[in-house]
Design a protein around this ligand. Structure first.
Ligand code: ADP
Ligand code: MG
Length: 279
């Protein structure tokens, strides 16, 4: 039996061809706009849309959400790469019970990153091993997570880079670099006495960020002793004029966490090996 199927077949073929070419065009648009993740997800999202009976709006939303999620993840990874954080230490894995001198509510407040909106600085002061670098890294981590451009450096490294930049005639570029991030972390101020030139570089970095963007500084020296660290007392005085103003000072005065862990571990070892409890 022959049935006149020709017209119908032709129209079906036409439709399939058209929708295939529209699909290719759509893929082309996504590629042209560099929406690679949406392009890749397109067949999956279309299949899902058909299976679940999504509306056109829902389908578009799902497709673009794929791209937005991937973009957010890429930007976050980029901010982390740029931030140069020395470890993965976070505020959450900072043990407050082991740190004396820390105000819990202050730390929780710092964790919200609101201080960055008012260009408030944070000074973390305390002897070695009490968790200053951990906290500074944790603050950097929180800032990166919250979407702020963050950069971590040590005072010595900052000074060395500024020194090199001055020699290479790139002082302006270097200053702009350190002015850029919303949060600049300067670790270990005062571990080494800084030559006058380095102190002056540090001052310029602090000065150009003053009242505009935040700095987190860790130091083992009380603010009063900064004159010695900075050698040049004029620079120290100018810096002291600016830094403590609009700053949160966190003083950590507990026993060294490293030392404490070590002590606990060796006590435990002694207990096991001698059968005595020394505590
Ligand atoms: P600082 O910079 O004050 O010399 P660190 O931040 O380098 O001290 O701390 C030394 C080590 O001890 C790091 O591994 C840090 O993660 C850990 N540490 C110190 N204090 C704490 C704490 N309260 N909770 C968890 N880890 C801590
Ligand atoms: Mg440290």
């Amino acid at each position: 039996m022959t049935t006149p199927t020709t017209p119908q077949t032709a129209s079906t073929t036409m439709t399939a061809a058209t929708s295939a070419s529209i699909y290719q065009q759509l893929k082309g648009h996504l590629a042209e706009l560099k929406l690679a993740d949406a392009a890749e997800a397109l067949p999956r999202v279309l299949d899902q849309a058909q299976a679940e009976g999504w509306s056109l709006t829902q389908t578009l939303e799902h497709l673009l959400a794929v791209e937005v999620t991937a973009t957010d993840a890429r930007r976050l990874a980029g901010r982390f790469r740029f931030a140069n954080l020395p470890t993965g230490a976070t505020l959450d894995d900072f043990d407050l019970d082991a740190a004396s001198g820390i105000d819990r509510s202050l730390l929780a407040e710092l964790g919200t990153c609101r201080y960055l909106e008012t260009a408030t600085n944070v000074l973390l002061i305390g002897p070695p091993g009490v968790g200053k670098t951990h906290l500074a890294t944790g603050l950097g981590h929180a800032a990166v997570q919250a979407g702020y451009r963050t950069y971590f450096t040590s005072a010595a490294d900052l000074a060395a880079r500024c020194h090199r930049a001055a020699i290479e005639g790139k002082w302006g570029t270097m200053m702009r670099f350190f002015a850029g991030p919303t949060l600049l972390v300067i670790d270990e101020l005062g571990y080494l006495p800084l030559p006058a030139e380095a102190a002056s570089a540090l001052f310029q970095v602090i000065n150009q960020r003053y009242l505009k963007t935040s700095i987190v500084i860790t130091t083992n020296r009380p603010v009063g002793a900064w004159g010695e660290i900075l050698g040049d007392t004029t620079v120290a005085a100018a810096m002291l004029d600016r830094l403590p103003h609009r700053s949160v000072v966190v003083t950590l005065d507990g026993a060294s966490y490293r030392l404490r862990n070590h002590t606990a571990a060796s006590d435990e070892l002694r207990r096991i090996t001698t059968g005595t409890n020394l505590r």
